[in-house]
Design a protein around this ligand. Structure first.
Ligand code: AMP
Ligand code: GLY
Length: 421
């Protein structure tokens, strides 16, 4: 079978790595992939926003099955487009992808179906937003409606900060803004909860906690994710039942009223407050770096699960997980999430010997003449499985020491709530 994976991050390298283990698969194409995927797949340099070129390549090369990693092509309707040409594809359609593509869409669904979430208001212009903010308590959260690569969320501590957020959003920093969201600030602990769907049924796909802030102690600017661990320390059967009954099932009901089935991964970003889940956001894909952290714990053949989803047969699959704990530390280019130098060589990578519980997933890298260069902000993901999180972390830190890359940095405190140090 021939597979195509859309995307170029650590998430896509991890997916590629688990698919290649299957004897069902004899070739993988990555669009466009990275240095890591180039070792196990063929990287194809097609702009993933150009749906027509993608389709032509897929049909000409008789690719049997496409897996879409990132949100942007999902929100822009890649699944609907490819399915029109009878191409088998894993991921939600354009209507369902509004769960990530429009924060207002999701908030309105929460309101209609009583899904627990932060109290909120929708504001259509600067004046109305600012008038409301004159009388509110701080901190407060202000969000752009549309996709903003995690940057469209402002946590404001005073009126100056909130007025700046309102101006930036309505001035078009994240694209044309017809309205914005102002939300109550929830205090609790965040958890990422994943499910996988075939349009008819769904199963849980484990949990993780990620560290989004760039500095140790969870301080500084928001990033795509500096590291993660799985499973979450917060999950328990009572909480899981509440998440499914109060959040996931009503969401699916809301979509079904729009005549929409959900197929793909669904990622609920939750705030847990006293063992009660509140929905902060939905993502219509696996998380990055959560995916790299979770997949090493998966014991069932990934392609079997994904294909079952495309045949509405997920209920026939038993998804098995290892009891081991998984931790991931992301190596970033110095300067990230602000500006950073590109095309810096990463030496020493070939000196590291990974054992069967240690994994390296590339993100922003490219290969040229057998040398590896950093091309992105998040560059490499070091993942390890252990009997406890402390063991996993020790083996990652050992490998990072071997790497000793002067062009990068990483957070040394990933998983501090679940490790002793
Ligand atoms: P989002 O992109 O909506 O997940 O927001 C990015 C980050 O902002 C989240 O991971 C939270 O840390 C924080 N955040 C978003 N909404 C809220 C909220 N209502 N209360 C507290 N923190 C929030
Ligand atoms: N790690 C956060 C995300 O994938 O959105």
């Amino acid at each position: 079978m021939k597979i195509g994976i859309i995307g170029s991050g650590g998430r896509e390298h991890a997916i590629c790595n688990y698919l290649i283990k299957s004897n069902k698969i004899n070739k993988i194409f990555c669009f466009p992939g990275n240095a890591g995927t180039s070792d196990i797949a063929e990287n194809i340099n097609i702009d993933i926003e150009n749906f027509e070129n993608l389709k032509i390549f897929i049909l000409e090369n008789q690719i049997d099955f496409i897996i879409v990693g990132p949100e942007k092509p999902l929100v822009n309707g890649l699944v609907d487009y490819l399915e029109k040409f009878n191409i088998k594809v894993f991921g939600p359609n354009k209507t369902a992808s509004q769960l990530e593509g429009s924060k207002i869409f999701t908030k309105q669904l929460c309101q209609k179906f009583n899904i627990p979430t932060a109290k909120f208001g929708i504001f259509k212009n600067k004046e109305k937003s600012k008038r409301f903010l004159e009388t509110t308590n701080f901190p407060i959260v202000i969000k752009a409606d549309n996709l903003a690569s995690g940057k469209g969320v402002y946590i404001c501590n005073n009126q100056n900060e909130s007025n700046k957020a309102v101006d930036e959003i309505f001035d078009g920093k994240f694209g044309k803004a017809e309205s914005l969201l102002i939300e109550e600030f929830l205090i609790g602990e965040e958890m990422s909860y994943f499910t996988i769907h075939d349009g008819i049924s769904f199963k849980t796909f484990s949990t993780a906690q990620d560290h989004k802030r760039v500095e140790e102690g969870d301080k500084g600017k928001n990033t795509g994710g500096m590291g993660a661990y799985s499973p979450s320390r917060l999950i328990n059967p009572t909480l899981e039942k509440k998440i499914i009954d109060k959040i996931i099932k009503p969401t699916l009901k809301g979509l079904s009223i729009l005549n929409c089935k959900y197929k793909g991964f669904l990622y609920a970003g939750l705030m847990i407050v006293n063992n009660e889940p509140y929905l902060i956001e939905y993502n219509v894909r696996m998380g990055d770096p959560e995916c790299q952290t979770i997949l090493p714990r998966l014991e069932t053949d990934l392609i079997k699960i994904l294909l079952a989803c495309c045949e509405e047969k997920l209920s026939e699959i038993n998804i098995k997980w290892s009891e081991k704990k998984s931790l991931c530390v992301v190596m970033c280019s110095k300067g990230y999430p602000d500006s950073y130098k590109k095309n810096i060589e990463i030496t020493n990578l070939n000196k590291i010997r990974f054992n069967k519980n240690e994994f390296l997933f590339h993100a922003g890298t490219r290969k040229n003449n057998k040398k590896i260069y950093a091309t992105g902000g998040r560059v490499l993901n070091f993942v390890s499985l252990g009997d406890d999180f402390g063991d996993a972390k020790k083996s990652i830190l050992k490998n990072l020491k071997y790497l000793n890359w002067s062009g990068g940095f990483y957070r040394k405190d990933i998983g501090y709530k679940v490790t002793d140090d």
